[in-house]
Design a protein around this ligand. Structure first.
Ligand code: GLN
Length: 309
């Protein structure tokens, strides 16, 4: 067994036994039913080797981790003009906050808070039916992960459609400022389905490889994005990927990361690894409690950090 394989299984074992596991998101009813005892970890190394532990092959709701893929898609469509409609500064506010939107005239701080991700969906929707737009994102994610079995959990999408009042408020508010081009319900349909994509840690780590390899899923493979774009997406993940806990995540883990309320985190060690972790219990900021701790253990042991000499 290589060191990394041993490390991955040791971390999973420690997390399995952890007493403090955080709180499973309950505002999306199907997520409330998930067993907080689940834990999965997958480390895909630059050499292509895959190291798994725990429930790493169990699909879970990726939720806001999907914002990384939707952002990549939107940048591919409209390039830097996206930044006229969405900022790229950390918000210092929770993922579903509305307060800055009034002062900043309907332009969300960044593409990873909900308001920003809804604008990204609006960009991706241009020229399409919602069904086609979501199909396009799903195909993109399947391509990145090289896995055709990835699907959308319709029950989760439906639940968000009926309970997502804050997101509905955000979309309507931005529409009032002229920052949504489609009817709010159409853009939200795309957003809710995107959040309901279900993936395992293995699939998520595979999908993140293009951010580890400077824009290609494998060295020498055709580019998904340019090296500059991959660096910039990583920069946004580092500064904004964990909302008002992004600073804490950078301090503890030292890698670009994107969390979701399903308990998943995708973290990228550029040139080294694409890492996905899943533990459904969340901390007060809505980020996976044990997922963050597992990543902290992993980066401490490996020395992976974008701040390392
Ligand atoms: N679908 C969730 C929501 O809109 C995503 C939030 C998250 O994962 N942080 O509330």
């Amino acid at each position: 067994m290589t060191d990394i394989a041993r490390l991955v299984s040791e971390i999973a074992q420690e997390m399995r036994g952890a007493a403090e596991r955080g709180t499973v998101a309950s505002y999306i009813p199907p997520l409330a039913a998930i067993d907080p005892g689940r834990f999965g970890l997958c480390v895909t190394l630059a050499d292509g080797s895959v190291h798994l532990a725990g429930d790493a092959d169990e699909p879970f709701s990726i939720q806001s981790v999907s914002k990384v893929f939707a952002l990549t898609q939107a940048l591919g469509k409209v390039g830097d003009s996206l930044w006229r409609r969405v900022g790229r500064e950390p918000s210092g506010t929770p993922f579903n906050s509305i307060v800055q939107l009034e002062r900043e005239e309907g332009v969300p701080r960044n593409p990873f808070i909900n308001a920003g991700a809804i604008v990204v969906c609006d960009v991706n929707l241009a020229g399409h039916e919602p069904r086609v737009s979501i199909g396009e994102l799903l195909r993109f994610v399947r391509h990145l992960a090289d896995d055709e079995s990835i699907a959308i959990d319709e029950a989760v999408a439906r639940a968000e459609q009926t309970t997502g009042f804050r997101n509905i408020a955000l979309a309507n508010y931005m529409k009032a400022f002229g920052n949504l081009t489609h009817a709010p319900e159409l853009t939200l349909g795309v957003y809710f389905h995107q959040c309901a994509i279900a993936m395992s840690c293995r699939q998520l780590a595979a999908a993140g490889r293009f951010l580890m390899h400077g824009g290609s899923s494998q060295p020498g493979a055709p580019r998904v994005v340019s090296a500059q774009r991959a660096r910039r997406i990583n920069a946004l993940m580092l500064t904004c990927g964990h909302y008002d806990a992004s600073g804490d995540f950078a301090f503890r883990v030292g890698l670009p990361g994107k969390s979701g309320v399903g308990g998943g985190i995708l973290a990228i060690a550029p040139g080294q690894a694409s890492i996905a972790v899943w533990s459904p219990g969340l901390n007060a900021n809505g980020n996976s409690l044990l997922g963050t701790l597992a990543l902290e253990r992993l980066t401490e042991a490996t020395g992976w950090s974008i701040f390392a000499a």
